[in-house]
Design a protein around this ligand. Structure first.
Ligand code: HPA
Length: 270
């Protein structure tokens, strides 16, 4: 595993001239950020050694290097999901590679179902904490001691400093921001009404199928994490309505301009 991480990191390093300082994983709803990047290199995942191929509608599959608001960034346009059948180590492989390249700041984004009754469709939620309901963990198996501890601390999975900074930026830019707990589930089926209710009772405000594995690995590696959800449907609130992938993508599109503004401003200050 370590050899593969090093091989992929070396490959990417050989293709770029500017060392990225912040890594960004674009979920549904943040794809438009790409238009704001001064792109130096764009590499399709299929050309990157040890990368699997991702084929989910609404997700591209390229690694982008360039500058966002003046800051050198490495951007994953499209991520690997557990529900695609990838093992957790594959889902999180790019995070190991980012760390190997010396990147210690990670920004994650996703689309999620809202369960907090104060949420609306197309709201942006700052993730302050998570609950792992994926019944798996990317760190299972022999520990790579060179990279991190066997039992990593998760008491501040999402950087409090960055949450504060994002809230301040939200106020300054007049962007409505929610904050709350994200529960990560396996998917790919959306939740039943009873499941949405259960996750809300358990303490979660939003539910989605990504982010949790990436955060666990990033914290293991000692990276600082900031994450945002676009609330694309309201599962646990009021009368339950049908959820479709199309609806999720439409709601994400609606939030995109504010997501892009927030992330590009934040990245320059991280
Ligand atoms: N549940 C899980 N994942 C999701 C949802 C949801 O309601 N909406 C967008 N991604």
């Amino acid at each position: 595993m370590l050899e593969k991480i090093k091989e992929t990191a070396q490959f990417l390093e050989s293709r770029i001239t500017t060392k990225p300082e912040v890594a960004i994983v674009l979920g549904s709803g943040l794809g438009g950020l790409v238009k704001h990047i001064d792109i130096e290199q764009e590499i399709p995942y299929r050309e990157i050694p040890n990368f699997p191929v991702s084929n989910v509608a609404g997700h591209k599959a390229t690694m982008i290097f360039g500058k966002l608001n003046g800051r050198p960034v490495m951007v994953m346009s499209g991520r690997f999901h557990y529900y695609e059948g990838h093992p957790m180590k594959t889902v999180t492989f790019p995070i190991f590679v980012m760390n190997q390249m010396g990147i210690k700041k990670l920004v994650l984004s996703n689309a999620a179902g809202g369960m907090n009754p104060t949420f609306d469709v197309a709201d942006i939620m700052i993730i302050t904490d998570h609950i792992n309901m994926m019944a798996d963990n990317p760190l299972l198996g022999p520990n790579i001691d060179e990279l991190g501890p066997r039992f990593p601390d998760m008491s501040e999975a999402y950087s409090k400093r960055w949450v504060k900074l994002a809230k301040k930026i939200g106020e300054e830019l007049n962007i409505k921001l929610q904050h709350g707990v994200y529960v990560g589930v396996k998917g790919p089926s959306y939740e039943t009404p009873a499941e949405y209710r259960m996750y809300h009772i358990l303490g979660a405000d939003a539910v989605g199928m990504s982010t949790v594995p990436e955060t666990i690995v990033a914290r293991f590696l000692g990276m600082e994490v900031f994450a945002l959800s676009v609330i694309t449907d309201l599962g646990g609130v009021g009368p339950i309505e049908k959820v479709s992938h199309e609806e999720v993508l439409n709601a994400a599109k609606k939030a995109e301009p504010n997501m892009v503004k927030l992330v590009s401003t934040l990245v320059a200050q991280l």
